[in-house]
Design a protein. Structure first.
Length: 188
């Protein structure tokens, strides 16, 4: 049996060719007979359709995915999962990499690929940390998301609460009730 697995985590993936429909078509074009689909972020462990697939698939079967990141949260998890499947006699076809099985050549290529992928991820982390370190040297640097409302806007909205309800102030200022409540608590 040839199984396919597709996963999306964001609506934006529909724009970059990674929509469920696009993945499903690629999987069908490459011979997938049964396709399991999840709509969960890759950082979440709960992927019910992947769990069902992993209990269903058996020795002699093939698993097709469009990209490694569709099935794994990280390169190390991807390597672990692929190696586990291969050790059970299951072929894994990652369309942008190739078919992986238990042959010496496939083992070599798989190990090299995963090593380069892990290296690339480590380099991204290192560059991000270097960028943050450089930014922190700037006296105007503030880590985190910038504030949406100025101190004056919040103070004005809080002063309106004296004569109006949260809903009324929200309509007048555009500042959400939850933001107003947090601002009021921080002033207390």
């Amino acid at each position: 049996m040839i199984y396919g697995y597709a996963r999306v985590s964001t609506k934006g993936q529909a724009k970059d060719g990674s929509s469920l429909e696009s993945q499903e078509q690629q999987l069908k074009d490459n011979g997938a007979q049964v396709i399991y689909k999840d709509s969960f972020t890759g950082t979440k462990k709960e992927r019910p359709e992947l769990s069902k697939l992993l209990t269903e698939i058996k020795e002699g079967d093939t698993l097709i995915v469009t990209k490694l990141d569709r099935i794994a949260r990280s390169m190390s998890q991807g390597s672990e999962l692929v190696n586990s499947l291969i050790s059970k006699g299951i072929k894994v076809n990652i369309l942008n990499i190739g078919t992986m099985d238990n042959t010496p050549t496939s083992n070599l290529i798989r190990n090299i690929f995963f090593a380069f992928a892990e290296f690339e991820r480590d380099m991204i982390v290192e560059r991000t940390q270097e960028g943050k370190a450089i930014a922190k040297n700037n006296s105007n640097f503030k880590e985190g998301r910038p504030k949406k409302y100025s101190k004056q806007q919040l103070e004005h909205a809080l002063s309106l609460l004296k004569d109006n309800s949260y809903s009324q102030v929200e309509k007048m200022t555009g500042i959400s009730k939850s933001t107003l409540i947090r601002a009021k608590k921080s002033c207390s």
